[in-house]
Design a binder for this molecule. Sequence first.
Ligand SMILES: Nc1ncnc2c1ncn2[C@@H]1O[C@H](COP(=O)(O)OP(=O)(O)O)[C@@H](O)[C@H]1O
Ligand SMILES: [Mg+2]
Length: 295
Amino acid sequence: MLATGEGHPAIEVDIAAVKFLTPAAIVAILARCNRWKREGRDLSLVGVESCENLGYLQRIDFLTHLGVEIPENFTRRAASGRFVPVQTLNFASGEVDRIASEITRCTLPDANPEDDVYRILQYAAGELLSNAKYHSGGRAYVCAQFFPTRNQVRIAVADDGMGIRGSFVNTSREDEANTPDAAIRLALQPRVSSALLRPNPNPYAGQNHRGVGLSITRILAKEAGGQLTIASEDGWFDELHSTEQARPRPAIFFPGTLVAVSLHRDQIADYAAMHAEAMSQIGMGSIDTPGMFME
Ligand SMILES: Nc1ncnc2c1ncn2[C@@H]1O[C@H](COP(=O)(O)OP(=O)(O)O)[C@@H](O)[C@H]1O
Ligand SMILES: [Mg+2]
């Protein structure tokens, strides 16, 4: 669905056959549709009556964020322990730390904030949200789910902003980031931050943008037996169990930025050690204050 729609004034989103969507699919569709709407396209939802799992799409607030209100014939229970209904933020609104904590609390209700798995998820969620808020210039959607049988947490953030290549425009490394794929590679390099490469960087940028957020999230995902996937325009990066995956056959064009991370809960033993290892891998040495990890 994300590959189509270009040049069409009206777009139909057909949910008839939808039984389940991963967090990445949920937020990607919402960010894509939001952008179409912003561009003045006429967006409509079809297949609602025959949708095989309408209650699920309502519970995760997928329909609400498409601007569709359908009466709910179920009682809403706390989503705790399985999924987090979609939340949004942009530069002007939405607090990164609060949303990250909510995601972590909902997805891991039995963990406490000192637990290793809690801290790693809080870090990854915080990084992805902060990137969408400060770099994208658009609106971001975030969603997370816990899959108990696989002991796996999945989190995804998608925005309808300028894309990763767009973030390097008018910076000193714009030429290196001249394709969406090259821009993603550059963004994944440790200590590369577009915020610090502008002709007149904000003097405070250095504190919040050290260019290590994506690099560390990538290493943490590897160490937790997980996956990191990034899509921006037609650029694509996908790494599972430390192995880069071949580009998927269908060409994906996603104008903003989508970043999805999965982590295996039982493979997270010692957050502090994992973090120290990640920092040393990117040549940052060890760090003693946990607050410094927030990028
Ligand atoms: N959602 C996004 N939209 C646009 N650009 C992004 C996004 N996320 C990351 N980037 C780009 O990737 C770069 C590296 O991100 P990161 O490693 O988190 O470092 P930092 O946030 O400290 O700059 C950012 O500086 C920015 O240029
Ligand atoms: Mg960052």
